[in-house]
Design a protein around this ligand. Structure first.
Ligand code: SF4
Length: 132
């Protein structure tokens, strides 16, 4: 590190992760990240390796101006959804005769669909009665 005073490894790792994520879908070249954070390239490579092994970032080799460089991207957090398969199968859209014509702004749309809304209300009531 250039300033030698950034803090514990975990804090530095978090700082690097946040910096990578702040570049969104554009990503950032590893060497640019090092200079942006004032961290030596060798040090940043170690931290990037750790973050990549944890699945928190994605690395990609790209060619920019004839040079092969490593580009880094943040990986969105996985959200766990508890959905039962039998509930999915019950969704009225799967058996709806209007399915192929249904979509936002169309004649049939999930936004104002009576069939779907009634099914959702029924599911909410069922869930509420199970938990009371
Ligand atoms: S939203 Fe309504 S109309 Fe559209 S596919 Fe689902 S059930 Fe059919």
């Amino acid at each position: 590190m250039q300033d030698g005073n950034v803090g514990a490894d975990g804090e530095l790792e978090a700082k690097v992760l946040e910096a990578i994520k702040s570049h969104g879908q554009e990503g950032i070249v590893q060497s640019q990240l090092a200079s942006e954070l004032g961290i030596e390239v060798k040090e940043i490579a170690k931290l990037v390796m750790k973050l990549s092994r944890k699945g928190l970032i994605k690395k990609e080799t790209v060619t920019i101006d004839g040079r092969r460089v490593t580009k880094l991207y943040g990986v969105p957090r996985k959200i766990r959804l508890d959905v039962k398969l039998d509930t999915l199968v019950e969704i009225p859209c799967f058996t709806c005769r209007y399915y192929s014509d249904c979509g936002p702004g169309g004649r049939w749309s999930p936004r104002d669909c009576i069939i779907l809304n009634e099914w959702l209300e029924r599911k909410v009531q069922e869930r509420a009665s199970r938990s009371s």
